[in-house]
Design a protein around this ligand. Structure first.
Ligand code: PLP
Length: 358
């Protein structure tokens, strides 16, 4: 049976990308060695990492003065890289849920850290708006898409202080005005590649403003100077990212991906609204185009989550179980998920309603 992969991360990659990864494991671009056994110092791999960075720059229209880095450690490691490199006196965080809080928790160790706004009062079902951003912050940190709670900033905010965003789960899903940020980062495993590599887009002249000593590995300037090769970078994940970025470009770039994402999300949210058995816990205007949580509607709230999960498995659905903090279900509909999978999920929800609605 065809599987429909709605996993939150690591998550779906385009089939042609997986095929070229499989090929490269056996023979990397015809050189008679596997991508798993080549030196990162070969000219072949240098071409891969350079192309990955230049495709990022091209796809996101990254202005001059920014660098693209490929690091290890996941987005969670960036939670302390960021304050290490940017926090001198005071940092602000917008608390939109689990990941934002984890990022804030690390900053506390480096300087005064304030919560500028929060959506915790309503279980993070919305994006805070209309708050005042203090002008004495070294930076403001936001999480552009909240993978767990399914809320998303649909626009780049105006910010009077340097803006830093965790875009782990919505990078490349829409055009971004990179010039509004001093830094954007994320784990690759949701929207641009497999687990094991972290992307960082950083404005070079925003660095070097803190007085503390920064260990080499944690200093972005080290990685800029060495082209992400200060130490051994995650060679294979970077190869797969490069293949995926080529795929995005072939599809028509980020604007086309955004159009598809909007179409997919509309099909799914429309069904959640229509279906008497389900509802969305998230404020309409802040609903994520990437992660769509839904729960049983009031009338069916005592049904077991496993009923729909087990039912959906018969339709080839994978990864629909919701995060424990939200309950119910979550469909992650990242860039490479085809609309056919969303349509199959909608049919499955309709059939479930036919069989179980009272
Ligand atoms: C998954 C996720 C993270 C954590 O990423 P790791 O690469 O596992 O450290 C951080 N932020 C957001 C928004 C995420 O979705």
């Amino acid at each position: 049976m065809k599987k429909h992969n709605f996993a939150a991360g690591p998550s779906i990659l385009p089939r042609p990308v997986i095929e070229s990864a499989a090929k490269a494991v056996l023979d990397f671009e015809g050189i008679g060695l596997s991508v798993l056994e080549i030196s990162h110092r070969t000219k072949e791999f240098e071409a891969v990492i350079e192309e990955a960075s230049s495709l990022m720059k091209e796809l996101l229209n990254i202005p001059e003065g920014y660098q693209v880095l490929w690091l290890a450690g996941g987005a969670s490691t960036q939670f302390y890289f960021v304050p290490f490199n940017f926090l001198e006196k005071k940092a602000g965080y917008v608390n939109t849920g689990v990941w934002a809080k984890k990022a804030m928790k690390e900053a506390v160790n480096f300087g005064e850290t304030i919560e500028v706004a929060s959506s915790e009062d309503k279980n993070n079902t919305y994006i805070p708006k209309g708050y005042k951003i203090p002008e004495d912050l070294d930076y403001l940190h936001i999480t552009s898409n909240n993978t767990i709670f399914g809320t998303e900033y649909h626009e780049d905010i105006d910010c009077p202080v340097p803006l830093i965003a965790d875009m782990s789960s919505d990078i490349l899903s829409r055009p971004v005005d990179v010039s509004k940020y001093v830094m954007i980062y994320g784990g690759a495993q949701k929207n641009i590649g497999p687990a094991g590599v972290t992307f960082v887009i950083v404005k070079e002249d925003a660095l070097g403003k803190v007085t503390r000593k920064i260990p080499s590995m944690i200093d972005y300037r080290t990685h800029i100077k060495n082209g992400s090769m200060f130490n051994t970078p995650p060679v294979f994940p970077i190869y797969v990212v490069r293949e995926n970025l080529k795929w995005v470009k072939e599809q028509g770039g980020v604007a086309e991906i955004q159009r598809r994402n909007q179409a997919k999300a509309k099909v799914l949210y429309d069904e959640i609204e229509r279906n008497s058995m389900f509802m969305s816990p998230v404020a309409v205007e802040d609903r994520s185009l990437m992660n769509v949580p839904f729960v049983y509607s009031e009338k069916y709230k005592d049904m077991e989550t496993s009923e729909f999960i087990d039912f959906s498995k018969k339709y080839g659905m994978v990864g629909l179980k919701g995060h424990r903090l939200v309950g119910g279900f979550r469909a992650s509909i990242y860039n490479s998920l085809p609309i056919e999978s969303v349509q199959a999920l909608v049919e499955c929800m309709q059939e479930f309603e036919k069989q179980y609605a009272k």
